[in-house]
Design a protein around this ligand. Structure first.
Ligand SMILES: Cc1cc2nc3c(=O)[nH]c(=O)nc-3n(C[C@H](O)[C@H](O)[C@H](O)COP(=O)(O)OP(=O)(O)OC[C@H]3O[C@@H](n4cnc5c(N)ncnc54)[C@H](O)[C@@H]3O)c2cc1C
Length: 388
């Protein structure tokens, strides 16, 4: 039996595996390896971190939406990939592959800034979300608590809005400051997008410190590149991503830990290996990098899996083109800003649209039903204030 091995069951890997299993060629099995038995819907982690809903809304058990007699699921962490020998190492065993698809995502990057990793919290997983929620509940026991969010990209903006809404349930004398190195929030999006968010931040009394980098984080403070010391009872770090650690042979297949791929999403020197999602450096036609988004990871997963099937069936491969449909950033309950093909709007409709898109990107029917029920109840109840 030949093997197609998929590493990582996030947006890229899970969608690729689902697509391959629909038309798994005879004589092949699919081996899916993931750190946990759960698919995590990362774009909703902010809401878990701020008590809007429980972890089971963002997690789906992989075995409930992927099944096939020739599917083998392995729970484990891949520690090494040997492209020359065509093997991957997991749980102290070596597995051979005929085709390999890598979709291991990315981690928070603290950029080696002193104290950043030690004294701030990140938001990459459900465990991180619980840590943030518990930390918020604890710091709110102090007088006039100060919360600092480092990074004014989508994660930082969304998280600070959700924190503001959660915190208001407890008290009014708190402060939230977002620190962003660029001269505006959402540096990679249209300026109009940032204008909407600024207005929202003013209304919610979230302060912005723009054109400012953080150079040190300590217990209860951050220091900026302008040598300003900002008191902080809680620091949340959302300022960038770095590759997930995996040892590869040969080392030339990675660039700063990420996998450069051609327009078919294959590694340059290993045509039986595909990489998608946050761990891959896929390029747009103009040479710019495809953004690290759930949307692009999912589309790359589908195209790479189609290409694996095409290669097996000796058919021509398909080039990957990322056609971004839009961006929607939720800003707390019932509010979001959206940019759909240049049309920028905000409010309840944008929020509803975002929820609908999220729902479409989840897998199981019963899970979706459960999520809709949860969201509907969430519209009428307070956020959960229990330590998780
Ligand atoms: C807080 C947050 C909010 C976000 N919000 C949005 C949003 O609103 N819209 C949007 O489009 N994008 C958003 N993103 C980005 C989006 O989630 C990612 O771009 C997307 O998840 C990338 O998909 P992926 O498959 O590459 O990686 P992931 O979804 O991260 O999946 C990678 C999988 O690989 C597994 N894995 C990693 N290393 C190994 C290993 N060595 N062995 C085995 N398994 C391994 C991981 O456990 C994980 O299951 C957000 C991200 C975060 C963290």
């Amino acid at each position: 039996m030949k093997s197609i091995v998929v590493i990582g069951a996030g947006f890229g890997g899970a969608y690729a595996a689902k697509n391959i299993l629909k038309r798994l060629p005879p004589g092949f099995n699919l081996i899916l390896i993931n750190k946990s038995e759960l698919f995590t819907f990362k774009p909703l982690l902010h809401e878990v971190a701020t008590g809007a809903f429980s972890a089971d809304v963002v997690c789906e058990c992989i075995k409930t939406f992927l099944s096939h007699k020739n599917l083998k699921f392995i729970k484990g962490i891949v520690t090494n990939i040997d492209f020359k020998k065509r093997t991957v190492a997991v749980n102290k065993k070596r597995i051979n592959y005929n085709y390999l698809l890598i979709s291991i995502g990315a981690n928070t990057n603290f950029f080696n800034i002193p104290g950043a990793e030690k004294y701030s919290l990140k938001l990459d997983s459900v465990e991180d979300a619980f840590k943030i929620k518990n930390a918020i509940i604890n710091v709110l026991k102090r007088d006039s608590p100060k919360i600092v969010v480092v990074g004014g990209g989508p994660t930082g903006v969304e998280l600070s809005s959700e924190i503001a809404e959660f915190t208001k349930q407890f008290k009014n004398d708190f402060s939230i400051t977002v620190i962003e190195r660029s001269n505006r929030i959402f540096p990679r999006f249209r300026a109009k997008f940032a204008t909407y968010a600024n207005k929202f931040f003013n209304k919610e009394k979230i302060s912005l410190l723009l054109g400012t980098g953080v150079v040190k984080v300590g217990k209860n403070f951050v220091i900026t590149d302008a040598k300003q010391k900002i008191p902080a009872d809680l620091v949340v770090w959302t300022a960038g991503v770095k590759p997930c650690p995996v040892d590869v042979i040969p080392k030339t297949t990675v660039q700063n830990g990420f996998f450069p791929v051609d327009s078919y999403l294959r590694l340059n020197d290993y045509k039986d290996v595909f990489a998608v999602g946050d761990c891959a450096l896929a390029k747009n036609q103009d040479g710019s990098l495809v953004p690290q988004l759930a949307q692009s990871a999912r589309e790359e997963g589908v195209v790479a899996s189609e290409n694996i099937l095409a290669d097996i069936n000796k058919k021509p491969l398909k080039k990957f083109f990322f056609n971004q449909k839009g961006v929607i950033i939720p800003l707390g309950k019932g509010h979001a800003i959206a940019d759909i093909k240049g049309f920028v709007f905000s409010g309840f409709f944008a929020w509803w649209l975002n929820r609908t898109v999220y729902l479409m990107n989840m897998f199981g029917f019963f899970h979706k039903l459960y999520v809709v029920l949860n969201w509907t109840i969430g519209l009428f109840r307070k956020r959960d204030e229990k330590i998780s």
